[in-house]
Design a protein around this ligand. Structure first.
Ligand code: PLP
Length: 415
């Protein structure tokens, strides 16, 4: 569900007409519904409540805007970060370390130091080198680092191949035999305590069975770890819960929770889930202005002022996003068009062969379900400044990031 709806042919975000926002901000612009964010966070928390006080750790990579993070902090969220930069953001808004999990494929000594100094709850680790580095850095700081091993349970989650992270051949996590050798080796490390196990099998997953298969493997491994004397008390099952891009493909969180609960309870661990997309994906739209409508042979192109620099997902994964006019004009003919951006790349598109009302230059389109991996993956490619971000709360809205300027583009250049 979300709070973007048409009323009398005008698109609203909660109680604010989108037109009113763009009159002030211009386009392109990302618009987020705070109410949608909180609704999704609460749904997930209540879905997994039977696990007993689960830690719902919002994964910052989906959208790291500080105002959104603050909203979630106030709701009681924990957070998952994968870089020193993401951790810095949370430190800036006063999130205590005990509410932060520091994951990611590999970390530098400086990032580990920052994490240890801030007292993060634990590091999710996925290479032996990193474990040894954490041990050395913690020794220097006279601390013991809590860590969780990220396992690669080798399951096929049935999502886009770029969104799989827990199957054979992925760079992520430890295969179970490697994890077993390492877990034994870790008993000798003085500045590391193995307190958790972690899995994250991919993103935009709409089937429950891959989670269940993966979790069964993790739970079996957990018993082995305990038998070797590791005090495992955290079970982090990652994120990856799918949302709707087309219409109804998303499963309610309680479907995942119900299926996994017996396994979770069996461990006696405190549960962590790390959703990103599920919380913010349906909570954001990208609004773009039509610059030009071109007919090349029999084909129409709707050319917009936003492109792959603003929202990369279609170019990167061939991802589908619904697109609709900000103002519906009943009676308009419908055309089939490629909706594209102004960037000098053939991969620069939002939709191919899409049926759309015949929009005209100067009119606005909304690209839906753009709240996750939208702004965070944006760039200034072709020297186009990044757009503003707006957060709506009921009948009010706030600019939570200004649009960049040409001056911003060259601010760090030395010439
Ligand atoms: N946790 C880890 C380790 C991830 O790599 C990701 C995404 O890539 C997430 C959580 C969040 O995933 P999602 O946005 O699909 O919930």
């Amino acid at each position: 569900m979300d709070f973007f709806k048409y009323r009398k042919n005008r698109l609203y975000c909660e109680n604010v007409p989108v037109e009113r926002i763009i009159k002030r901000t211009g386009t392109p612009v990302y618009i987020y519904s705070g109410r949608t964010v909180l609704t999704h966070w609460r749904r997930l928390r209540s879905a997994f409540a039977a696990a007993g006080n689960p830690l719902i750790s919002y994964s910052l990579k989906a959208n790291s805007n500080l105002a959104l993070c603050k909203l979630l902090k106030r709701a009681g969220s924990a957070f998952e970060v994968v870089s020193g930069g993401e951790l810095f953001r949370l430190i800036k808004i006063g999130v205590p370390g005990r509410r932060i999990i520091f994951g990611g494929v590999a970390k530098t000594a400086d990032e580990i130091k920052l994490g240890l100094r801030h007292g993060v709850l634990m590091f999710n680790v996925e290479t032996r080198d990193e474990i040894m580095l954490i041990n050395r850095v913690a020794a220097r700081l006279k601390k013991t680092a809590s860590v969780a091993l990220r396992l690669n349970p080798e399951v096929e989650p049935a999502t886009h191949r770029y969104l799989t992270t827990g199957q054979k051949g992925n760079k992520f996590g430890f295969y179970l035999p490697d994890a077993e050798r390492l877990m034994k080796e870790m008993l000798a490390l003085k500045h590391i305590s193995l307190v958790g196990l972690h899995m994250h099998i991919g993103s935009q997953i709409i089937r429950v069975s891959p989670y269940r298969t993966a979790l069964k493997r993790v739970v079996k491994f957990l018993e082995k770890c305990r038998a070797f004397g590791h005090p495992i008390r955290w079970l982090d099952i990652g994120g990856g819960f799918g949302i709707y891009y087309h219409g109804h493909e998303a499963r309610p969180a309680r479907v995942f929770a119900r299926a996994l609960m017996p396994l979770i309870k069996k461990t006696g661990c405190r549960l962590i889930v790390e959703p990103g997309r599920f919380i913010v994906g349906n909570a954001g739209i990208l609004v773009t202005r039509v610059l030009s409508v071109k007919k090349s042979g029999a084909k129409y192109f709707v050319i917009c002022d936003a492109g792959m620099n603003t929202l990369l997902r279609p170019a990167l994964y061939g991802a589908y996003h619904k697109i609709g006019p900000v103002t519906r004009r009943p009676g308009r003919t419908v055309l089939t068009a490629d909706v594209v951006g102004p960037i000098c790349e053939s991969g620069d598109f939002f939709a191919k062969k899409r049926r759309l009302p015949a929009v005209k230059p100067g009119e606005y389109l909304a690209v839906f379900s753009a709240g996750a991996y939208g702004f965070t993956m944006s760039s200034t490619y072709n020297s186009r400044p990044r757009p503003a971000e707006i957060l709506v709360n009921g009948s009010k809205y706030q600019i939570v990031r200004k649009s960049e300027t040409y001056q911003d583009l060259i601010r760090l250049d030395r010439y």
